[in-house]
Design a protein around this ligand. Structure first.
Ligand SMILES: [Zn+2]
Length: 234
């Protein structure tokens, strides 16, 4: 029988006696209690806001009033575990899959707010993997909400917006652009029309996952930079 290997990279460890920071998210706010070193371990937002010289105003600087608490909860899970807890890809519970799509989109927006590119990369990997999974088609029932979230909360250059275009262009069912099924953001419709006409269509989500270059297609780092998600295994 194989012996399990319990080792994590040493830098993943944290001091459990470290100070706890209270973070208020959403309105009405949900409170999260997170070790300072963990909260400041990745994104620039908390690193900057929680500098020691501001310690007496910590809580005022740790608020995220417009973010979704469930999406922030996913961020905290990632901070502690460097992984994204996801529903089993073939679990036959479409309502759970639909809620998860919406939460992943909101989590990407949290990643923008806390300025955490490695977390955004992990969310993009989760979105790609879920799209390729046996329950990938559950996305279409909540697609309008997912598009709305990402067009409200992610900038035009965001990989999440490029991913949406790829999914629509290569995988949309026939009724995906039926105006009777609900509104899509005007800028998304324009982006989609432009992607169809300018000949630079993004890669199909199904083409990802093989080869290092494709693996980072929807990551925020540049082509010349090392992938932060590869570094974590060092
Ligand atoms: Zn990468």
């Amino acid at each position: 029988m194989a012996v399990s290997n319990p080792r994590l990279p040493a830098e993943r460890g944290f001091d459990a006696a470290d100070e706890i920071i209270t973070t208020h998210v959403g309105g009405p706010p949900t409170s999260y209690f997170i070790h300072r070193s963990v909260l400041c371990s990745s994104g620039h937002f908390f690193k900057t806001r929680l500098k020691p010289e501001w310690s007496r105003t910590d809580e005022a600087h740790a608020k995220l009033p417009v973010q979704e608490p469930d999406a922030f909860n996913l961020y905290v899970n990632w901070l502690y575990m460097r992984g994204i807890p996801l529903t089993a890809p073939d679990k036959d519970d479409d309502a759970q899959h639909r809620a998860e799509w919406k939460n992943l989109a909101a989590a990407f927006v949290v990643g923008e707010a806390v300025m955490d590119d490695p977390f955004k990369d992990a969310i993009m990997d989760a979105l790609c993997a879920k799209a390729r999974s046996p329950k990938g088609a559950t996305l279409w029932a909540v697609m309008n909400a997912v598009v709305q979230t990402l067009y409200d909360g992610a900038p035009p250059s965001s990989p999440a917006r490029k991913w949406l275009l790829a999914v629509f262009i290569h995988h949309a069912p026939d009724d995906a652009l039926d105006p009777n099924t609900g509104d899509l953001p005007k800028h998304f419709v324009w982006d989609l029309a432009r992607a169809h006409t300018d000949g630079r269509k993004p890669l199909s989500v199904m083409e990802l996952g093989s080869g290092a270059a494709l693996k980072c297609t929807y990551h925020s780092h540049g082509e010349a930079e090392e992938c932060p998600l590869a570094k974590k295994e060092g």
